[in-house]
Design a protein. Structure first.
Length: 78
C-alpha cells in the first residue's frame, strides 16, 4: 500500500483517485500529465512481493505506449 501511495503522490494523482486498474488508466490518459520517464526503484522486490499486480501495471504502461505513441513513457525498473 505504501508504494501505491508513493506512486499516487509522484504522479500527482487526484485525491479522488480510486487506486485500481481502471482508475489508474483513467488518470494517466486524461487526469494527469504522464511523465516521459517513469523509474521504479526496487522493482525486483515489487515483482517478487506482488507478481500479479506488477505484471498488470507493466501491461497497462505497455498499452498506454501503444495507444498514445506521442505521449510515450519510458519505463525503467531498477
Amino acid at each position: 500500500m505504501i508504494r501505491i501511495l508513493k506512486l499516487k503522490k509522484e504522479l500527482d494523482l487526484p485525491d479522488f483517485y480510486g487506486m485500481n486498474r481502471d482508475a489508474f488508466w483513467d488518470a494517466i490518459t486524461g487526469l494527469v500529465q504522464f511523465p516521459e520517464i517513469l523509474i521504479f526503484e526496487g522493482w525486483d522486490h515489487i515483482e517478487w512481493k506482488l507478481p500479479e499486480d506488477s505484471q498488470m501495471l507493466m501491461n497497462i504502461l505497455k498499452e498506454f505506449n501503444e495507444q498514445y505513441p506521442l505521449w510515450k513513457c519510458q519505463v525503467i525498473d531498477k
